[in-house]
Design a protein. Structure first.
Length: 318
């Protein structure tokens, strides 16, 4: 049986498939995962611990030695992703309040738009760019997880985020960063966790949802994904042009929402309980955005590359 390959054929499959499986069981057999013991511990209550481990493993992949062109590109792309996502979320919250507009709350907008899929960026940068473009991922990794989202929500006045909560979120990343840069073998060892943890924290996140919520979030989730791809994709493209990058189309590769972003609404709600009322809907909206951006972002990068270079990258000589 080709279970893993089948899952990987689905955009964001390692995140989306377990999440939907957890939601299915919770919808039709809500007591099945509440029998106690290891079953409940792993499949119902493990999300927070596994997300923390995931952040630590990702932190270990951030290379302190990256500098020069990669550093400039990474900083520029990270900043534009953050500014556009935080600004859009702030505007939604300022005009329509915490419940948002078109079913999209500020927490959903900020969680999805400030976060990017590092793996997809690296793949697109490798196809359409050069080594310095790929190297920017070391800085872009900063926008993984809830840390920048919490900063954005706090700065926008949409949530009350205690300073120590921000510290608590970054500690696993910092520990991973230290371990990964102190020992190359440790970095390689922890790299496995950047993928392995995803389905295991996705399932308990899904086990807190039901299909009624997912169906309700469908259209807003699609809108959220399109917004993330178009606004931040073009934002990244123009940043790379300002930096006079050889392959500016690569900048559009930040127009994604990473699988781990689906954990952000619940993580933020755990810090500020007043956001719990919108966290569940935001979670499934972000899950939908993951799929939409995984499909649309590569198309946008390919389109911009053809516009800039006048031909398909596949037909170009090395």
């Amino acid at each position: 049986m080709k279970i893993l390959k089948g899952i990987q054929k689905v955009p964001g499959g390692l995140m989306v498939v377990p999440l939907l499986l957890g939601a299915t069981i919770n919808t039709f057999f809500p007591d099945a995962l509440m029998i106690g013991g290891f079953t409940t511990a792993l499949f119902k209550n493990s999300a927070s611990a596994l997300i923390a481990l995931f952040l630590l493993c990702n932190g270990a992949q951030i290379d302190v030695k990256q500098a020069g062109s990669s550093l400039a590109k990474g900083v520029g792309l990270t900043l534009v992703k953050f500014i556009l996502g935080a600004g859009l979320g702030w505007a939604v919250g300022k005009v329509w309040g915490i419940n948002g507009v078109l079913g999209l709350s500020p927490i959903a907008v900020i969680a999805a738009v400030t976060n990017s899929n590092g793996g997809l960026y690296a793949a697109l940068a490798g196809q359409y760019g050069d080594a310095s473009d790929v190297g920017a991922i070391s800085i872009l990794s900063i926008n993984d997880g809830p840390f920048l989202t919490m900063i954005a929500l706090g700065a926008a006045g949409l949530a009350s985020i205690p300073f120590m909560s921000l510290v608590a979120c970054i500690v696993p990343i910092l520990i991973g960063f230290i371990l990964g840069n102190a020992d190359e073998d440790m970095k390689e060892f922890l790299a496995k966790g950047t993928v392995l943890c995803i389905p295991f924290f996705a399932f308990p996140l899904g086990a807190a949802l039901n299909f009624g919520q997912i169906i309700t979030a469908g259209v807003p989730g699609i809108i959220l994904g399109l917004v993330s791809t178009v606004i931040t994709g073009f934002g990244g493209f123009f940043v790379m042009k300002l930096l006079k990058a050889k392959n500016p189309a690569v900048g559009a590769a930040i127009g994604t929402t990473a699988g781990n972003a689906v954990a952000t609404p619940e993580a933020v709600a755990a810090v500020d309980p007043s956001l719990a009322v919108v966290a569940a809907a935001a979670t499934v909206q972000v899950a939908a955005a993951i799929i939409v951006t995984a499909i649309c972002c590569p198309l946008l990068v390919s389109y911009l590359d053809k516009k800039v270079n006048g031909t398909s990258r596949k037909n170009k000589e090395a």
